[in-house]
Design a binder for this molecule. Structure first.
Ligand code: 13P
Length: 255
């Protein structure tokens, strides 16, 4: 049985006081939930403040990006060591916004994943097709390139720890989520790819989240799919009520 994992990707939102308020609210709302992983991914500037609030709770800290070098003259970048320093256990890698606006490729994503695993942090590898790619029936081909490329040369023992987030680009921030059938089709395919790359026991162990317009009122039908193990939530993670409700639905049956 895979443990559900719900992560809130705050993107470029929340200053420090706002982040503290939101983290406190979520912490209060999910106090009694233990059989799932709950992760908050605030912007870099709020990581430390949020860590102070959730350090002794059932909530873990994640970052939204990382650079693969350990240190050096890389102005503006943040290393895995720095993320560990502030208490991060997770980091999102290869989000479609990073691929689209900051030109990340499967190769840079792969380098990042390797450095994250070396530091014993869990990467959340994001994959997903754009609308034109879906319309041209290229979804599975793109997903295969992203999964194979992102996990290139990563040994089985390490691969098992990774979380994959399927986030169709056309569903992100649009209010148009993938249907449970659409998401399940791709997520099942991702698990088959893992089986091909590694073996069935690794494929069965890896948790695959769905992301893209997840809301309190659509999470239930998504999480009920056999290959959807949680959610990576953007907009709805910025409000205490909606994020807490999403977490509760994902925890149902687990507590
Ligand atoms: P929304 O939930 O706002 O669609 O964002 C999804 C996302 O990109 C999470 O990483």
């Amino acid at each position: 049985m895979r443990k559900p994992i719900v992560a809130g990707n705050w993107k470029m939102h929340k200053n420090i006081p706002e982040a503290i308020e939101l983290a406190n609210g979520i912490k209060r709302g999910v106090l009694d939930l233990h059989n799932l992983d709950i992760v908050l991914c605030p912007p870099f500037t709020a990581l430390s403040a949020v860590y102070d609030i959730i350090a002794d709770s059932n909530i873990q800290l994640g970052a939204q990006d990382v650079y693969w070098q350990e240190q050096g003259a890389f102005t503006g970048e943040i290393s895995v060591g720095m993320l560990k320093d502030v208490g991060c256990r997770f980091v999102i890698v290869g989000h479609s916004e990073r691929r689209q606006y900051f030109f990340e490729t499967n190769e840079t994503v792969n380098r990042k994943i390797k450095s994250v695993l070396r530091a014993n942090i869990i990467p959340i590898l994001c994959v997903g097709e754009t609308l034109p790619q879906r319309e041209e029936n290229k979804t599975l081909e793109i997903i295969k390139e992203q999964v194979f490329g992102g996990l290139k040369d990563i040994p089985a023992a390490e691969a098992e720890k990774i979380v994959i987030a399927y986030e169709p680009v056309w569903a992100i921030g649009t209010g148009r989520n993938a249907t449970p059938v659409q998401a399940e089709e791709v997520q099942k395919y991702i698990r088959n790819l893992l089986s091909e790359m590694y073996n069935t026991s690794i494929a069965e162990a890896v948790r695959i989240q769905y992301g893209g317009s997840v809301k309190a009122d659509n999470i239930e039908e998504l999480i009920n799919q056999p290959n959807i193990d949680g959610a990576l939530v953007g907009g709805a993670s910025l409000k205490e009520d909606s994020f807490t409700q999403i977490i509760k639905v994902c925890a149902k049956g687990e507590n």
